[in-house]
Design a protein around this ligand. Structure first.
Ligand SMILES: NC(=O)c1ccc[n+]([C@@H]2O[C@H](COP(=O)([O-])OP(=O)(O)OC[C@H]3O[C@@H](n4cnc5c(N)ncnc54)[C@H](OP(=O)(O)O)[C@@H]3O)[C@@H](O)[C@H]2O)c1
Length: 264
């Protein structure tokens, strides 16, 4: 399957949903740049290259490539450094420094409510979940392909009344990123070149972000309120990212709940 042959995609986040996106896009022929602050992106890339039919390229048929970039994306300067490395990676891939699709999936979600929040933690959540992504878009805008796309991850929690107060800084950051996306959808620097911005808002997805923080009883409660009686899986999201990319620029500004009907 060479759906993404000749395209270069940058994905922030290499575990959970990010890992599933990387695997899906690479298997479908995309050149992939995967970003994380820990070695998880390098481990993922090594695994994919080892399991690939060709040890140095992706599906063999398209010779697509993949690279990990280690980056704590949480500031304008880290975004600028990452953008420069990503453009170089795209040149190395043979795609002329162009990023066709930018997927901002990475985030942090510490469990902390009003009584326990401290300024450092508040600032860190906003830095990772808003500042880094915004300045990465800014730094990469000249390199995003005409008719390319920006996909930003938010959460169905921004429109669910069931959200818990321990998500205080996380929800503040996701509410802000929703508004950032609305502005990007009207940003002349982007829309003049047909670049769309779309928000994907998952519900509960079985990744470390959720499983690492919840008791079995809490997870059972989430399953119970899901119309399908289960948590979402990362691959429930990859299908939607495929659809958004293929949907083109008329999806511009959409915020898509992807929660199996848990929060409607
Ligand atoms: N899972 C859910 O239930 C759920 C629900 C709603 C929305 N979402 C959203 O979906 C997206 C993906 O969540 P997930 O469940 O896949 O999360 P996850 O399993 O916790 O993975 C998060 C990824 O983000 C990376 N990351 C964290 N801080 C970073 C930084 N400063 N710079 C660059 N990368 C960084 C992590 O890198 P390391 O591997 O190095 O730690 C990790 O690979 C997030 O935006 C989240 O808010 C998730």
């Amino acid at each position: 399957m060479n759906t993404y042959s000749g395209k270069t995609v940058l994905i922030t986040g290499s575990r959970g949903i990010g890992e599933a996106l990387v695997k899906n896009l690479f298997a479908k022929g995309a050149n992939v740049i995967v970003v994380s602050p820990s070695p998880s992106s390098e481990t993922l890339v090594a695994t994919l290259l080892t399991s690939s039919s060709n040890a140095t390229t992706g599906d063999g048929a398209t010779n697509n490539k993949i690279v990990a970039i280690r980056c704590d994306l949480s500031s304008a300067s880290s975004a600028s450094e990452l953008a420069a490395k990503a453009v170089q990676a795209s040149k190395d891939f043979g795609t002329h420094g162009t990023i066709h699709h930018l997927i901002l999936c990475a985030a942090i979600a510490p469990f902390v409510d009003l009584g326990r929040i401290e300024e450092d933690e508040w600032n860190r959540v906003l830095a990772v979940n808003i500042t880094g992504p915004v300045f990465l878009v800014k730094a990469l805008t000249p390199s995003i392909a005409n008719d390319g796309s920006i996909i930003i991850f938010s959460t169905s929690g921004t429109f669910s009344s069931g959200v818990l107060p321990v998500y205080l800084p996380y929800m503040a950051s996701k509410g802000a990123i929703n508004q950032v996306a609305r502005m990007l959808a009207k940003e002349p620097l982007l829309v003049s070149r047909g670049i769309s911005t779309t928000v994907i808002s998952p519900g509960t997805i079985a990744t470390d972000m959720l499983l690492g923080q919840k008791t079995e009883a809490e997870l059972a409660a989430y399953r119970a309120i899901s119309p399908y009686g289960r948590l979402g899986e990362p691959d429930d999201i990859t299908k939607v990212v495929d659809a958004v990319i293929s949907g083109g620029k008329w999806l511009n500004g959409a915020n898509i709940p992807v929660n199996g009907g848990m929060a409607v």
